[in-house]
Each structure stands twice: as C-alpha cells, then as structure tokens.
Design a protein around this ligand. Structure first.
Ligand code: FAD
Length: 432
C-alpha cells in the first residue's frame, strides 16, 4: 500500500451534490470512474480498508441509473425501482442491517382482458405459459451451444406472445436478441421496494464519499507505473482505477485507453448491446387498479403494455414501461410521443372516459443520455462469456465493475453493487 493520501496528495476542494464540501485527493491509491451503485460500493469498501480513494463523476449528482425525484410531493424512481433477488441482493442485506424501510413487493398482480378483470381460468392460462416458457429455456440452456432465447420457446399462441413480450421488457431487448445462456441466470424472485425510493437509498449510501461531480474522465494512461487519469478537472495519478462507466458509454469511445485495451477486453466491451427500458410516469387518480405496487397485465387488445406498475407506494402514480422496440419507434425529437402512446394503449383497454383524468408527468430517455446510453447492457446470443472476461484486471491496474459484469444479477443496481465490491476487494488484496 502507498503512504497515506493526506501526506502526499494535492487537494481539490469541491462541493458534493451542492450540499456538503469535501477535499479531494489528486493522488489517491485508487480512482473510481463513476458514482453509481458500483462506484459507491467500491468506494465504501476501499475506504473501510484504509485505502485512499477519489471518485470522478460526470453528472452533477451521484447515483447514476438510480435517481429519485419528487412529483407532486411523492418520491418516484426514474431509474431502478425494484430490489430484485432479495436473498442474494447486497443492497437488501445492507438495508436490513441499516434499518432501511424495505417492504416486500406484492406477488399477485392485476389481470385485465379488454378493460375487465380476467377470469381465474384466463389468469391460470397465462401463469401456465410462463411456467412452460421458463422450463423450456432452463432446459435448453443446459445444452453446450448458445442460441437466441426466443428460439427455445414452445408454441403457446397469444399467451406465448405475452410471455415473450414481458421477458423481452425485463431483458432490455426482444428475446431473439438475447443469449439463452445468459437469460435464465437472472434471479427475479423475492422482490422488494424501499419507501422513499431506491435512488434516494443509493444516494444515502454514497453520502460523504470523496466524489468530484461534473468531472468526466477522458483518458486512462496505463503505459507507466500505476495509472494516469485525464479528466475534465485535470490529471490524477493512482495505483489502480475502477471503471464503472456503462458499456454503451465505453463503446462510444468516451474514455481513451493508452495503450489500447487488450483485444479480448475490447471485444467484450463492444460485444454488449443496449438494453432499453423506460418509464412513462402517469398520474391517474381514477385508475381502475386497487391496492399498491401491483403489476398489471392488460390483454385482449391489439396493443398491450409489457409492463404497468400501478399505484406506486399507494399514490395515484403509475409506471407505464416502454420496451426496446416501442421506444425505438419514437422520433427522438418528439418528446410527447411516449405520453401519447401510453394514453392510446390505455384508452384501447379501458375507453377514453376512464383516462379522462390521466396525465403523463415525465418520460425517461436513458437511451439518449450521454452518461448511460442504455438502461443496462445485454448479452447477445453466442457471447455468454463476455461478462466474465471483463472481470480480469488489465495490467493489474485497471478493474472494470458495474451491472454488466454481474452474472446472477445482471442489469440491476444490486448486481452493480456486488461487482463494485468485488473489484474493490481484489484491489485491496493486490495492493497489500
Ligand atoms: C428506467 C430503468 C429502470 C430500471 N429498473 C431497475 C430495477 O427496478 N431494479 C434494478 O436493480 N435495476 C434497474 N435498472 C438498472 C439499474 O439502474 C442499473 O443496472 C444500475 O443502476 C447500474 O449501476 P452501475 O453503477 O453499473 O452504473 P451507473 O449507475 O450508470 O453508474 C455509472 C456512473 O458513471 C458515470 N460516468 C459515465 N461516464 C463517465 C465518465 N467518462 N467519467 C466519469 N463518470 C462517468 C455515470 O454518470 C454514472 O453515474 C433500471 C434502469 C433503468 C434505466
């Protein structure tokens, strides 16, 4: 380990999220690129071990793809909202330990057929289709050869199309663009929510960390000893760097590596496709759904939303989710297109009268955001190995972390946290 940072460091004074002020070290043991879940987890772990850390964050806030905003006084998540895979999600374990206000997500959702509650038999048919699809994919994934997840689905008629649409939504791409070997490894059971929002929780976890906001990293030079990090706020020098930048941002060449990354690593970075999942936030006091936080399956009409989360936290707010094909069809310049689409689909189901007091208050566009460019990274068929390829450090100086590397919790805040901790743990062992 190098000598303590305070003795050596050049210090930069910055304001953290406009709230507190902290001094940052331009010569720490470790630089972390990005203050999302992975970056925050890594920073906490490194600091707890006694190493010095500087986190550089391009945005004017911490949290990355987790962020909570107030709408009419209610906190709503514009990025991650669910804590998936409760038993293995590190954010759940940590939350329980801190006494955070976690609550179980309801298991049963609403089921409507052309605006009316569906029968028990209709609901059972959909449940059966899900079970059949899961069995078929799990079975097929045991084969050596990878293939598109969609190819293994048995013919199931309209129920099958609905199952494929929902799995496509949570995968971030239609199932014919998703690796079968990657798909069933995701654990979606035992979901939780947190009062006040997941973004606010992650932000609490990152409070008081040495983060420099509004600072984009442009280049990482690992040609000599350690690493030199070129950022919009100047150059930093460290023993190691953890890069948590989303894959889609790296693919755009936002960070130049000198020398270039080894071919296997570069190919892995460029192997991912962009997962798309966007919230259209609806305020709908008279919606037909009762209870809080339930998913609604709307069937029997021409267009069906693959995801609708109703009465979030018991409020009149709903998330109408956009999948990749739907979002891709919108003209980027027409910011009202998602609102119109959500209204039309709900009117088709319930009639115009039922949506009279529905208003759309926000529509996310993570796919166009320069610091995310996607909701999460997706592994296409045949590239199953790329998550693991990125876990190997480059020159024992550059570690990658973030949601894209997680095997069992890919695409999630919990997976990003797990990967941030993994990278930090490896650096601690290495520097000692
Ligand atoms: C709409 C939506 C809904 C979602 N729903 C869920 C959900 O319900 N549950 C769940 O678990 N997950 C969900 N996710 C996914 C989850 O948000 C992400 O997987 C997770 O937050 C990613 O964390 P990360 O640390 O890997 O990346 P990020 O959170 O993206 O953090 C990376 C950070 O790097 C910064 N950065 C980028 N480039 C640079 C640069 N050059 N220099 C400096 N900083 C840079 C970014 O600004 C960002 O803050 C959702 C995502 C979206 C978009």
């Amino acid at each position: 380990m190098k000598e303590p940072a305070a003795k050596r460091g050049v210090e930069i004074s910055v304001s953290l999220d406009g709230e507190t002020s902290t001094s940052l070290n331009a010569n720490p043991d470790v630089v972390i690129v990005g203050a999302g879940s992975a970056g925050i987890a890594a920073a906490r772990r490194l600091l707890a071990s006694g190493l010095s850390v500087t986190v550089l964050e391009a945005r004017g806030r911490i949290g990355g793809r987790t962020v909570t905003r107030l709408f009419k006084g209610h906190p709503l998540d514009l990025g991650a909202h669910w804590l998936h895979a409760g038993p293995i999600n590190p954010l759940v374990k940590l939350g329980h330990g801190r006494g955070e206000p976690l609550r179980r997500a309801p298991v049963n959702g609403h089921f409507f057929v052309h605006g009316r509650p569906g029968s028990r038999a209709q609901r059972a048919a959909l449940d059966r289709a899900f079970a059949m699809a899961d069995r078929a994919m799990t079975q097929a994934a045991k084969a050596h050869e990878d293939q598109p997840a969609a190819r293994t689905l048995p013919p199931m008629g309209p129920q099958g199309r609905r199952v494929a649409a929902i799995h496509g939504l949570v995968s971030g791409r239609p199932l014919d663009e998703v690796s079968l070997h990657d798909f069933p490894s995701m654990e979606y059971s035992d979901n939780l929510f947190i009062a006040g929002g997941l973004g606010a929780y992650v932000r609490r976890l990152g409070h008081d960390l040495p983060v420099r906001l509004n600072t984009a990293v442009r280049a990482i030079d690992w040609s000599g000893q350690g690493v030199r990090i070129d950022s919009s706020a100047g150059t930093l020098q460290a023993s190691a760097v953890i890069v948590t930048t989303p894959m889609a941002v790296l693919q755009q060449g936002a960070i130049r590596f000198a020398p270039a990354l080894p071919t296997t690593i570069g190919e892995a970075v460029h192997g991912f496709t962009q997962g798309v999942y966007e919230h259209v936030v609806l305020h709908w006091p008279d919606s037909p759904f009762r209870g809080a936080d339930r998913l609604a399956s709307l069937t029997g009409t021409h267009r069906q939303p693959p995801g609708l989360l109703t009465r979030i936290d018991g409020t009149p707010f709903h998330f109408f989710e956009l999948d990749q094909p739907t979002a891709a069809a919108f003209d980027r310049r027409d910011i009202h297109a998602p609102y119109r689409y959500a209204r039309e689909v709900l009117a088709e189901q319930f009639g115009y009268r039922a949506i009279q007091n529905l208003s759309a208050v926000y529509s996310t566009a993570w796919r166009h955001d320069p610091w995310s460019r996607a909701s999460w990274a997706v592994v296409p068929p045949g590239l199953y190995a790329i998550r693991d390829v990125l876990k190997a450090p480059v020159g024992e100086r550059i570690w990658f972390a973030g949601e894209a590397l997680s095997r069992a919790q890919w695409g999630t805040a919990g997976g990003a946290w797990e990967e941030g901790e993994r990278a930090a743990g490896e650096i601690i062992a290495h520097l000692r």
